[in-house]
Ligand binder design. Sequence first.
Ligand code: PMT
Length: 409
Amino acid sequence: MSVCIQTSTDLAGKKILLGITGGIAAYKCAELVRLLKKSGADVLVGMTDAATRFVTPLTFQALSGHPVAVDAWNPDQGNGMHHIDLTRTADLMVVAPASADFLAKIAQGRADDLLSTLVLARDCPLAVAPAMNRQMWSNPATQRNVAQLRADGISIWGPASGAQACGETGEGRMQEACELLEQIIAALTPKVLAGQRMVMTVGPTFEPLDPVRGITNRSSGQMGYAMARAFGQAGAEVTLVSGPVNLATPLGVRRIDVESAAEMRQAVMREIGNATVFVGVAAVADYRPVNVAEHKLKKTESESAQRGRTIELTTNPDILAEVAALPAAPFCVGFAAESQHLDEYAEAKRRRKKLPLMIGNLVADGLGTTDNQVTLYDDAGRHPLPLLHKADLAKRLVEELAKRLNAAA
Ligand code: PMT
């Protein structure tokens, strides 16, 4: 399941028409409207009569800041063309929850209330988030209707599987508000990375000393996960090879969990064959202990141990350098975190590893933080970007990468 990683610019300038039909999952839409507003969207809400029995229109009016459309026969509406007007300015219409009855109705093209009329009269894309009892969902009639809607170009989001309000367990739960938000952002993001297959390394590595201890670093994974999310939303197929982090996998991203640099290398080499882009965001340990004890190392009282203990280290494989040296290497992007002399060290690393693009950041700016300030290094020189929230920075990096991939094509 995904977690809400959002910024106030994700949906800036976008207008979402949210249709709510009669189902207990309607309560989740209060949170969805709040998240949409927080992401910068303008939200208009339309409800069926049945939906108003679960949550009142007043709730959505308060959250969206607009009157809620329920009645097709509202005489207060200027020219009486409410069903047309509401859709004309929307960038996207989402029906959530979409009941079995509503799916059947719109699969047939019927328009006997305001919401179904809006669906028929719209000139923007439509997505539906089904919510119903598992038996109703698997009923051949519902599946037939869903297949028809797909064929009509309507996106079907979910349903998820799990415990249902009726007490049964199975497929038919509406997706959570956060997941719907992610779907909406992805649906409205230009697909500038469509066709790209990306492998990314992210997070720290952990090099064991014994079953309890190991050598690791302060990378939180936030930079890499924000980039994976933004790349996926921009249409890329993303595989994350992730060191140990405490972060949720972005929607639609494939994740392979690893611990040590050796495991990370093995996973990357398995996945890289088909990739068009490789991005090394991971803070990979340069060294690992030569000996890994089978049992917990005990504190000894010997005289030599009193003076301290020496850990012998050996060099880890350089994954990025190895990928960049492949005969049919993908477009390789490296990261360099430095505590000083950023320009000099980052550019030197770029040249040594023969990369078209290196992204440099100071440790104080980017390691373990929510914001970051990076400088891009390529054959044309250095290109500093402003200090940004990592989610916003990731969107800037989508543009920067797309520009370079187009130029290299
Ligand atoms: O995870 P966060 O808290 O959000 O922090 C993000 C970050 C600071 C970790 C990230 O922005 C970053 O800079 N990552 C690279 C860290 C680093 O210093 O890498 P490096 O200089 O050791 O390596 C240079 C490049 O080679 C990196 O792309 C690295 O992934 C890669 N490398 C390094 C060593 C190795 N054995 N294999 C590699 O692939």
